[in-house]
Design a protein around this ligand. Structure first.
Ligand code: ATP
Ligand code: MG
Length: 259
């Protein structure tokens, strides 16, 4: 499976925020979109998953334009975790995760045995099984974030789109979530497209990185080719060195001292 955006333009009212964007997203890979605040990352993610209309260009899933898909048909292919998400506060964890199965259900048949198994698998894999009787309101920010990831996993999409999946997480849970994402990708072959702000994590986990600057693609490619001191200066206006340490597979970003 693959998604292609060709000459994509997205605007809010008269303001164009994404322009002339060409990207190719493939199943099996981890693709990370990086770029400064307000550069258009979430807008791109929404436009390629049909959460937002585009004005010009087109988005194709396996060669067929996105708007030609039925809602459930599309939801079996792509699962999305937007940057901002809320659930009714009295929703139980297991109820939210079971919503992931909706694209596979008929209105007259709720959860079948197979659905239950997948819901339990998603909760176990994300470590939220012990929270299943809690309401979302009773979860911490990090716990709730993992419940949302479980919900997208229960959807068993071909590709998962995650907008800043590590928001609210402490460093241990950030790394755990990154490992979980890598595991999902490697074991199930699910394609991952995510937005990350931690460029060190992006370097380590991604197969492919797309850099967005002012709504346009600045660069894309292998992490170590894209994340360079030049890019950091030009896109983020930050001084750093990208250094290779013996014994590590990927380079590290060493920022100039703050003071
Ligand atoms: N619903 C909206 N209506 C109007 N303008 C919007 C809307 N959503 C986003 N924008 C504007 O579009 C631009 C891109 O926003 P977007 O949310 O895609 O950025 P982002 O790269 O995801 O930023 P961040 O890293 O802060 O999440 C910004 O200038 C933002 O103010
Ligand atoms: Mg965003």
């Amino acid at each position: 499976m693959e998604i292609r955006a060709k000459n994509l333009q997205v605007a809010y009212g008269d303001t164009v925020v994404v322009d002339k964007l060409n990207i190719h997203l493939e199943k099996g890979k981890i693709t990370t979109i990086i770029g400064p605040n307000g550069s258009g990352k979430s807008t791109v993610l929404k436009a390629v998953t049909r959460l937002l209309n585009y004005q010009k260009g087109a988005v194709y899933l396996n060669g067929r334009e996105l708007h030609k898909f039925g809602t459930k048909e599309l939801a079996q292919q792509i699962g999305v975790l937007p940057q901002m998400h809320t659930a009714p506060p009295d929703f139980k964890v297991k109820d939210l995760v079971s919503y992931g199965r909706m694209p596979y259900q008929k209105w007259y048949k709720r959860n079948q045995e197979q659905d239950e198994k997948i819901i339990e698998w998603a909760m176990h894999s994300t470590g939220v099984y012990k929270l299943k009787e809690k309401s979302i309101q009773e979860c911490s920010g990090g716990e709730a974030q993992r419940v949302w990831i479980a919900t997208v996993m229960a959807q068993q999409p071909e590709m998962m789109f995650l907008d800043e999946p590590t928001t609210y997480l402490d460093i241990s849970h950030q790394l755990e979530t990154m490992r979980l994402i890598k595991k999902v990708n490697q074991e199930s072959g699910i394609g991952i497209v995510m937005v990350l702000h931690d460029l060190g994590q992006a370097l380590e986990i991604s197969d492919h990185i797309i850099v967005i600057q002012n709504g346009k693609k600045y660069d894309e490619g292998r992490p170590e080719d894209v994340i360079t001191a030049k890019m950091m200066k030009e896109v983020y206006n930050v001084d750093c060195e990208v250094v290779w340490l013996k014994g590590r597979k990927k380079p590290l970003i060493v920022y100039k001292e703050i003071c």
